[in-house]
Design a binder for this molecule. Sequence first.
Ligand code: KG4
Ligand code: ZN
Length: 342
Amino acid sequence: MRVLGIETSCDETGVALYDSEQGLLADALYSQVAMHTEYGGVVPELASRDHVRKLIPLIKEVMAEAGLSLNDLDAVAYTAGPGLIGALMVGASTGRALALGLGIPAMAVHHMEGHLLAPMLEENPPAFPFVALLVSGGHTQLVRVDAIGQYELLGESLDDAAGEAFDKAAKMLGLEYPGGPLIAKLAEQGDRTRFRFPRPMTDRPGLDFSFSGLKTFTLNTAESCRDDQGQIDHQTMADIAAAFEDAVVDTLAIKCRRALKETGLKQLVIAGGVSANKRLRTRLEEMVKAEKAHLFYARPHFCTDNGAMIAYAGCQRLLAGQQSDLTILAKPRWPMASLPPL
Ligand code: KG4
Ligand code: ZN
C-alpha cells in the first residue's frame, strides 16, 4: 500500500510517500522557522498561510522524487491534530480533498501517534510492548504502548512541555526560536558543575513532570549574572544552558527509569523534537544499560515534525482496514488514549 503523508500541525510543512512493501519512497520538508524567528515563536496565522503556499509544491516534489503520479497512490494520511487549528485545516482539507478526488481512502492521523511510531522507520525497530517518552514542543508524556492504538498514559507534564521549557529558557538567554537546538549547542561549551538547577518532582513518587519552576530558576540565575550593562558573558550563558539542559535531561531520565521499573518493561522509545537532544540520548543509553533494557529513537530529522511519520502511522491503520469518513477532521486538542486500537 502506497500512502501519501501530510503534516501541517505547526511550523513545518512535511510531505512523504511511504510504501508498506518498499518503505519510505520520498520525503520533503519545508521549515518555517526563519519566518517565525523574528517574532520569537510561532505566529499561527502566518503558519497557516505559509502551509497554503508550500503544501502543493511539496506534494509535487515528493511525487516527482518517487517517479510516481497521484494515480499511483492508494491512500492519503493527514495530521488531524493536536496542533494549531488554522495550520491543521490546510493539511486536513488538502489531504481529504485529494483522497476524494482520487477516489481513495483518507486517514486522519494523530500527530503524537506519528511521533511515537517514527522510530519504526529505522532499522531494528522496537517490538511491542514498550514504554514511550514523548517529548515535543507541546507534549511531555510517558506512555505504556501495548500495540498501535493501545496507549496507557503513565504520566505527563502538569505545566510546560519539555520542548517549551527549552524554548522559553533560550528566550531568557536572548537566543532565537526554536531554542532547544541552540541551548544544546551552547551547552556543549558550558561548565556543567558551575550551577546546579533543581530536578522538579523527582523527590516524590509518580510519573508526572513539571517544568515551569525550572523556567523561573533559569530566569533568576540569568538575572543574577547580569553585569552593570545588563549583559551576561558568553561563558556564563553556556554554563546556564548546560545546567538547564542537564536538569531537564536528568529529570526525564529519572522518570523513564521509574516507568521501566513500574511496568517491568525492558524497552524505552523516545520520540518528538526533544528526543533529538544528544545529551538526553547519551544519558538514557547509560540508564537503560544499567537496567538491562534497550533504547530506541529515530534519526534527528524524524524526531522533529515530518511527513514520513504521518504516512507511516496512517499506513498502519489503513492496512488494518480503518479509514476516516468524509469529514475534514482538525482537532486542536485530542487525547491520544482516545484513539481506537487496530
Ligand atoms: O516535535 P516537534 O518538532 O514539534 C512539536 O510537535 O512540538 O518539537 C519541537 C520542539 C521545540 O520545542 C524544540 O526546541 C525542541 O523540540 N527541540 C530540541 C532539540 N531539537 C528540537 N530540544 C532540545 N534539544 C534539541 N536538540
Ligand atoms: Zn511534533
